[in-house]
Design a protein around this ligand. Structure first.
Ligand code: FAD
Ligand code: FES
Length: 283
C-alpha cells in the first residue's frame, strides 16, 4: 500500500493520458453506424451532451459524444459513424477489446435550465446520438417539463439509428416524435423530406420553448432559422458544434471557433452566441 504521505503528494491524473477501458457490448445500427458500451474502472459521471476522447490503439484519438444514460454512469455508451481511419478502427472492435478513454469534457445540453419549459429536440443523422442522453433525461424527469417533441431526420430508412427505441418513444404518452427521411421506397409510411416542415406538426408554445439541435452544420442553420421564424427566442435555441480536436481541454487551439473553443465552451452553445460565426463556412 502507498504510504499516506506519498499518496497525498501523488500528482493528479495527467489530462492527456487515456485510461484503459474495454468494450462490453457492440451493436451495429446501420451500414456506417455502430454503438458500443465501455466499462470504465470507476463510474464516470457525465451530463447529457458531453463528449469523451476515444483512442483506437495505434491509430488515433477522436471526440465522440456520449449517447447513453447519464443516470447509469458505470456504462459509457458511444454511437459512431465510420468516416475515416479512427472511427473505422473503432468500428472494427468487438466485446472485450480495449479502448483508451479521456473525459467527459465540455458543456452539455441545458436540461436543468429547461425545466418548466416545452422542449424540442431536433436531430439530423448521427446527431440523434448526442441528443439521446437528453431524451433519457426528459423521459426520466417528465413531470418537470411542459410538452416534449423530438424531430429526427435521416437520409433513408436504412440510415435510421436506435430503431427499436424510436418505436418505444413513439408509444410513450405525452411524448411527440416525428421521423423524416430524405428518400424512401413506396413502402415507407412516415414523412419524406427535411425535418424543418415537421415543426408545424408539433404542439409547443414558442414563447415558452427551449430547443436543442444536433446534426450537420447546414441542418443546424436551417433548423435554427425555422425555429426563430416559429417565434422561439434565439437565446433559447441550443446547438451542438463539431470541430477537429486534439487536447479537448482548451490548450491546443485546434477547435477554435472565433473567440470560442468548442471543447471547453461547448460543444453545446447558445445559438445567439454562435449565429454570426456559423455564417462563415470555413471558420
Ligand atoms: C464534440 C464532438 C462530438 C462528436 N460526437 C460524435 C458522435 O457522437 N458520433 C460520431 O460519429 N462522430 C462524432 N463526432 C465527429 C467525430 O469526432 C469525427 O467523425 C471523427 O473525428 C472522424 O475521425 P476519423 O479519423 O475517423 O476521420 P477523419 O480522417 O478525421 O475524417 C474522414 C473524413 O470524414 C470527414 N469528417 C470528419 N469529421 C466529420 C464530421 N464530424 N462530420 C462529417 N464529416 C466528417 C472529414 O472531412 C474527412 O473527409 C464528434 C465531434 C466532436 C467535435
Ligand atoms: S481541442 Fe485543444 S483547445 Fe479545444
Amino acid at each position: 500500500m502507498m504510504p499516506q504521505t506519498l499518496k497525498a503528494c501523488a500528482p493528479p491524473p495527467y489530462p492527456m493520458a487515456p485510461s484503459m477501458t474495454r468494450v462490453t457490448r457492440f451493436i451495429r445500427e446501420s451500414a456506417e453506424v455502430f454503438t458500443f458500451d465501455l466499462a470504465p474502472e470507476r463510474a464516470t459521471p457525465f451530463t447529457p451532451g458531453q463528449f469523451n476522447m476515444l483512442y483506437a490503439f495505434g491509430v488515433g484519438e477522436i471526440p465522440i459524444s456520449i449517447s447513453g444514460d447519464s443516470q447509469a454512469p458505470e456504462r459509457l455508451t458511444h454511437t459512431i459513424r465510420a468516416v475515416g481511419p479512427v472511427s473505422a478502427a473503432l468500428g472494427g472492435l468487438k466485446a472485450g477489446d480495449q479502448v483508451g478513454l479521456r473525459g467527459p469534457f465540455g458543456v452539455g445540453w441545458p436540461v436543468e435550465e429547461a425545466k418548466g419549459f416545452d422542449v424540442l429536440l431536433i436531430g439530423g443523422g448521427i446527431g440523434l446520438a448526442p441528443l439521446r442522453p437528453a431524451i433519457y433525461w426528459l423521459l426520466r424527469h417528465r413531470a418537470a417539463y411542459g410538452r416534449v417533441g423530438v424531430l429526427y431526420g435521416a437520409r433513408t430508412p436504412d440510415d435510421l439509428i436506435f430503431v427499436s427505441e424510436l418505436e418505444e418513444w413513439r408509444k410513450t404518452p405525452d411524448f411527440q416524435l416525428r421521423v423524416a427521411v430524405e428518400r424512401a421506397a413506396p413502402d415507407w409510411t412516415g414523412d419524406v423530406g427535411y425535418v424543418t416542415p415537421l415543426l408545424s406538426k408539433l404542439r409547443y408554445d414558442p414563447a415558452d420553448t427551449v430547443a436543442m439541435i444536433c446534426g450537420p452544420e447546414v441542418m443546424i442553420r436551417a433548423t435554427a432559422l425555422a425555429l426563430e421564424d416559429a417565434g422561439i427566442a434565439d437565446s433559447r435555441i441550443f446547438v451542438s458544434m463539431e470541430r477537429n480536436m486534439k487536447c479537448a481541454i482548451g490548450h491546443c487551439g485546434h477547435c477554435q471557433f472565433g473567440p470560442l473553443f468548442i471543447c471547453k465552451d461547448g460543444p453545446v452553445h447558445r445559438y445567439d452566441r454562435v449565429r454570426d460565426l456559423l455564417a462563415y463556412r470555413e471558420l
